[in-house]
Design a protein. Structure first.
Length: 354
């Protein structure tokens, strides 16, 4: 397999690259990434000297460049992680970049996949495209749940997913779309909940919780997500959507209590802050379709505490990783804070991230 991994320098993409390189000796792999504020070559340090691996800096919106790279490296399979991913940025910083990358960028990949006769394209997407479930219901998202995104981030992802469907029906492009739940694990950009809270607590600062903290997410270890994507690259049926989740529903408050406990703090360390506009209450994934292909998560609900403990420990052991990241990305982070100060939905990003 000659695999192109777009967005491979981010959190999930880099974990996936590491998993694939360890699993397949005959793989050749090209990471194609724009290196936005969220892209970090340090995430790919383990593979950088491997002769099977190449890095190309590029934007998925640039169709000519995508075509050139696919042809030059004889790419046979493509997986797309490239996205603007931070929900708060899509609300407070404007949605244009989200539409460009998440919708238009996905369509450019589809055009390149078509032109270069790619055997399989997996477009990595999110359960957030389904919108929200009621807190007190026991409903789950299935692949047939209507697409009803509530945030600009999720709407832009849904746009890309719908393009995948249209290209399959119209042009017979061999594409599979995934809808995965919230990921945790190493190398996550520290504006997201778990690393954000860990680094706050390491500085003895309070951890801010939106609203009442009862919002529920379905958490999956990034290693299990990588394994699921590998299964779909090999066995996913073109034109189909697959949900990915580990049956691990947790409220934000529950996760926070676990992190506080692991790090030796009490609940006095919590600060409740004004809720995010359009904050979805509950996500829950029915993953029986991908399970029927033979995939099972190693970190289910019973192993969640262990997975979280290992993740917290990884961030504690890798403070250099985060310090280097902040130093490299300082300008982008400051520019975003400035944008927010001039926006009509003001918030202090240092206060609350999810
Ligand atoms: N993090 C989660 O919990 C989660 C859950 C479900 C689905 N997803 C999806 O998984 C994918 C990866 O998420 P993540 O958390 O690793 O994101 P991330 O923000 O950590 O990484 C995104 C990567 O994409 C790159 N990128 C952004 N715009 C690009 C462009 N125009 N061209 C090329 N590269 C570009 C960035 O440089 C970065 O390396 C996204 O599509 C996201 O929607 C994430």
């Amino acid at each position: 397999m000659k695999l192109l991994v777009t967005g491979g320098a981010g959190f999930i993409g880099s974990n996936f690259v590491s998993y694939m390189m360890k699993t397949y000796s005959d793989l050749s792999l090209v990471v194609y990434d724009k290196l936005t504020y969220a892209g970090n070559l340090a995430n790919l340090e383990d593979v950088k000297d491997d002769p099977r691996y190449t890095f190309v800096q590029g934007d998925i919106v640039d169709l000519d460049h995508l075509n050139q790279v696919m042809a030059e490296y004889g790419i046979t399979h493509v997986i797309n992680f490239a996205a603007e991913t931070h929900v708060d940025r899509s609300i407070h910083g404007g949605a244009k970049e989200f539409i460009l990358t998440n919708t238009l960028g996905t369509q450019m990949i589809l055009d390149a996949v078509r032109k270069n006769s790619i055997e399989k394209f997996v477009n990595v997407s999110t359960d957030e495209v389904y919108g929200s479930l009621e807190l007190d219901s026991n409903k789950e998202f299935t692949e047939d749940t209507p697409i009803m995104p509530n945030m600009p981030y999720a709407a832009a992802k849904a746009g890309g997913d719908l393009m995948c469907h249209a290209y399959f029906v119209t042009h017979n492009v061999p594409v599979v779309v995934t809808h995965c739940s919230n990921n945790y694990g190493p190398y996550q950009f520290p504006e997201k909940l778990i690393p954000f809270f860990v680094f706050k607590l390491m500085k003895n600062e309070k951890v801010p919780i939106y609203g009442d903290g009862k919002n529920i997410r379905d958490w999956i270890h990034v290693h299990d997500h990588a394994k699921a994507l590998d299964v779909l690259l090999h066995k996913g049926v073109s034109g189909e959507v697959y949900n990915i989740g580990a049956d691990n529903e947790r409220s934000n408050l529950n996760i926070t209590h676990m992190i506080l406990d692991i790090m030796g703090f009490g609940t006095e360390q919590i600060e409740y802050v004004t809720d995010r506009p359009g904050h979805d209450r509950r996500y829950a994934i029915n993953a029986s379709k991908i399970r029927s292909l033979g995939w099972t998560p190693e970190y289910g609900p019973k192993q969640f505490h262990k997975g979280l403990e290992q993740t917290v420990q990884w961030y504690k052991d890798n403070t250099n990783w985060v310090e280097d990241l902040w130093n490299k990305k300082k300008n982008e982070m400051n520019a975003f804070q400035e944008k927010i100060e001039h926006s009509d939905t003001k918030m202090d990003v240092s206060k609350r991230i999810d």
